[in-house]
Design a protein around this ligand. Sequence first.
Ligand code: AMP
Length: 187
Amino acid sequence: MNVIIFGPPGAGKGTQALNIVNKFNLYQISTGDLLRNEVKNKTDIGRDIENIISKGDFATDEIVNKLIENAVFDPKKRNNLIFDGYPRSLSQAKNLKILLDNSNQKIDFIFFLNVKKDIIIQRIKKRKILEKRSDDNLNTILKRFDTYMETTKPVLDYYSKNQNFYEIDGGAEIDEISSKIEEILSV
Ligand code: AMP
């Protein structure tokens, strides 16, 4: 099966994706991780996107579309994909459909982890005190949240009509969210 998990920053996509990967033997395709790798390896793409990512803006569709192509066409990962953080725009959603059609695959489950802005603010403030993380910059996170909501609204409208679309309360406890997702995937 192929799965999409999406939701705003702080919704817990990565945590949930990892849980599904372990329980259902899927391959996680995280465009955030792929982009951070490009930056770490100082590739041409990495140099182009470094500032964009740190400001909380989105990389271009062209860049991320190219990054996921290898995974979609990899025979080993065929029908075992979980997309985490992709698609984030309508153009990316349409591109994914074309890539999957061209490789005779489809999306079986779409999960939207919905979390309200005030809960994200609370979580980040708490995490900052507990973990003293230097990257929990509230302004950046809030900017990412707004960019996300703005750009992702059309993706939500595009997918929410599908029968295999599931909206999950991302404000719930991690285990509770995992159980709900697992229950749906196990049917
Ligand atoms: P994430 O780890 O998914 O929160 O992504 C971290 C950052 O990478 C985002 O704030 C964006 O700047 C960039 N990014 C990740 N996925 C995408 C995407 N599908 N389209 C555009 N930019 C992305």
